[in-house]
Design a protein. Structure first.
Length: 187
């Protein structure tokens, strides 16, 4: 699955793929190295054993949730990951998330390309009508990515996030299949 970020002077091309065993050192670093996390990520650390066990169980891919690696399409280098999971027990809607690992690569269009590739992947492969994403209201970069990809602001959920020892509000964004189809026809 590939998508380009057409908002910058040089479009970013990404591809998505499943987690491989050789990705485990990077995933373990991300799960335990607080220096590579942004200010809007949890500080909860996971051990390398936890990550290896999870990979052995299902390769980070199940009906309930799937994590995919984001790669620079030209070099194949892993630059981040995306995920989608069931948003609610009572519907087929999925919630998505994205992350560019190296802080030096953030703010260059990679996040938008990764989120767009994930949205395309999910709508092309799952019989769903709705995607959502949530974030801290102060996370303006993620909000811009969501809006560039076609998500609409839907509201604030009070006290839904627990980050860095405090409860915080979260903002919800949604995208319906018909909106995705209309935007995709214009690309």
């Amino acid at each position: 699955m590939q998508a380009a970020d057409k908002t910058s002077n040089q479009p970013k091309q990404v591809s998505l793929r499943h987690v491989r065993e050789e990705d485990l050192p990077l995933l373990c670093r991300m799960a335990s190295d607080l220096n590579w996390r942004g200010e809007f990520e949890s500080t909860l650390m996971r051990s390398p054993q936890f990550m290896r066990k999870r990979f052995a169980e299902d390769g980070f891919s199940s009906e309930a949730a799937e994590r995919l690696m984001v790669c620079d399409a030209s070099s194949g280098a892993v630059i981040g990951s995306v995920s989608h999971f069931l948003a609610h027990r009572y519907s087929s809607a999925r919630e998505i998330g994205w992350k560019i690992d190296d802080p030096a690569l953030r703010g260059q269009g990679w996040g938008t390309a990764a989120a767009r590739a994930l949205v395309d992947y999910v709508f092309e492969n799952f019989d769903i009508n709705r995607l959502s994403c949530g974030m801290d209201p102060a996370n303006l970069a993620s909000r811009r990515i969501a809006e560039k990809v076609g998500f609409s602001y839907e509201g604030r959920l009070r006290g839904v996030l627990f980050l860095r020892g405090r409860h915080a509000d979260g903002e919800m964004f949604g995208l319906l299949r018909e909106e995705w189809l209309a935007a995709r026809a214009k690309r």
